[in-house]
Design a protein around this ligand. Sequence first.
Ligand code: SAM
Ligand code: SF4
Length: 360
Amino acid sequence: MTPVAMGIPQVHRLTPVLPGHLAPGIADRPDTPVLVDRYGRVARDLRVSITEKCSLRCTYCMPAEGLAPIPAQNLLTSTEITRLVALAVHELGVQEVRFTGGEPLMRADLEDIIAGCAAAVPGVPLALTTNAVGLEHRARALARAGLTRVNVSLDSIDRQHFARLTRRDRLPSVLAGIRAAAAHGLAPLKINAVLMEETLAGAPDLLRWCVDEGVSLRFIESMPLDADHNWTRDHMVSAQALLEVLGKHFSLREIGREDASAPAEQWLVDGGPHTVGIIASVTRSFCSECDRTRLTAEGTVRSCLFSDREVDLRGALRAGATDEQLADLWRAAMWSKSSGHGMDADGFTPPQRSMGAIGG
Ligand code: SAM
Ligand code: SF4
């Protein structure tokens, strides 16, 4: 039954709030410290974007000229990121933190951010989503700083296809970065590949490479989050189309999800032990299981990739808000999380921010 049919009121846009003053419409929120929303989901997985800058220009994400630069004073500092991550873990029940962007390796102080967070939230997994360009030179320092694991985005192991899709000829650096991360124990290392028409034929080669390297691969359906707004459902490659291509080269047996909140459905490759995951964000949405909360590089809480409603924590933090006031703002932001991405609804319009500007 849909939330509307169950009589749950439609979510109202949060109005700007002052520190300590909760937004209208959250009076019915249960008295719990965790990041619960109206649909009963609890966010435990925090994505922290730390920059809009990137060393690549993937066509499904960035414009050729890159995103408009965020003025330096609007970016969260390493100290501010550490404070908000600590608050998310200690006050709000977050259990895993992932740094993303833009490209997180573009920040020279990434090691400081990781070290600060590792000290503030000992034992909490700290992960990185990266394109791995230049990672070979920093994997050791990042592992020493306390980074636990890495997801690398890699869509093709064909150098020309890679260069066309990312608008940069950096495949050798990416492969070196993947190997360096594995060598420094940043495990389990996962590769994420966005499904595109241009790279579909190369998907079996990418899977073969990952099997040979001993890293796990997940394919992701592309979403309408490209800065150029070129995404169309007609040109989107579905999980089903991928399975047909892979099925000509491998025997695949579906084995389900790793756990209920894991977005990837897993398939055993050639009888195992290797698996391949497919995240069918568009054709088999997992919004009802979503356990994510997002912090943008400018310090706003974003409850959903597809919702432009954001709550400004940076302003409150710099105005002297206490941890409890910041936590209340975060709770209010998540209480109003939408039920789903709404891509199937009539009149759907993509969010204003693209994936690289939100933090995927
Ligand atoms: N630069 C890093 C990277 O590429 O891994 C981190 C940021 S990137 C925005 C995070 C993830 O979002 C990547 O795995 C990327 O492939 C994915 N992504 C970007 N645009 C997307 C889109 N339109 N649809 C689906 N995934 C997308
Ligand atoms: Fe950069 Fe990652 Fe976006 Fe590619 S997907 S343009 S690497 S932020």
